[in-house]
Write a protein that binds this ligand. Structure first.
Ligand code: RP5
Length: 163
């Protein structure tokens, strides 16, 4: 199976990426995590993107906060699908990172998930890889069903408590 490449702009983004890693592990998807910044280490970020396809990656996830140019900078240097996670910073509640990540110019797409949306980034990456992988698609179906069952348990608990 192709690997998922995860790049975060700083190790301070790790709490968001932990959610991503947990789901990739659960779905048995190989991954690699790096800290490369569009601003602080632009050469390393570019090199990673340029070589990602030949290194066996199928999807890239880029997480960054504040002036979050990382996902766009990665996407500029590969035609692999790139998923951007805007991370909430100390001010502006992540709106800065959301707009910096989502507002890409035509020609260089970034599939942007919600602010701090580490879980959905993993699921979207899995869904992309599952297009050509029936076993992974089955694991995704099973996870959907089990997540839905978890919500129904919560419904029962709330009904018993409040109704
Ligand atoms: C961004 O700046 C990083 O992705 C991080 O979200 C934010 C702050 O980085 P640190 O100052 O915590 O390293 O580039």
């Amino acid at each position: 199976m192709k690997k998922v490449g995860i790049i975060m702009g700083s190790d301070s983004d790790l709490p968001v990426i932990e959610k991503t890693v947990a789901i990739l592990k659960e779905l048995k998807i190989p991954y690699e995590v790096h800290v490369y910044s569009a601003h602080r280490t632009p050469e390393q970020a570019r090199e990673f993107a340029v070589t990602a396809r030949s290194e066996g990656f199928g999807v890239l996830i880029a997480a960054a906060g504040m002036a979050a140019h990382l996902a766009g900078a990665i996407a500029a240097n590969t035609t692999l699908p790139v998923i951007g996670i805007p991370c909430k910073g100390p001010v502006l509640d992540g709106l800065d990172a959301l707009l910096s990540t989502v507002q890409m110019p035509s020609g260089i797409p970034v599939a942007t998930v919600a602010v701090n949306g580490g879980a959905n980034a993993a699921l979207l990456a899995a869904q992309i890889l599952a297009v050509e992988d029936a076993e992974l698609a089955a694991r995704l179906d099973a996870k959907r069903a089990s997540d839905a069952a978890g919500v129904l348990v919560k419904d029962r608990i709330i009904m018993e408590k409040l109704n």
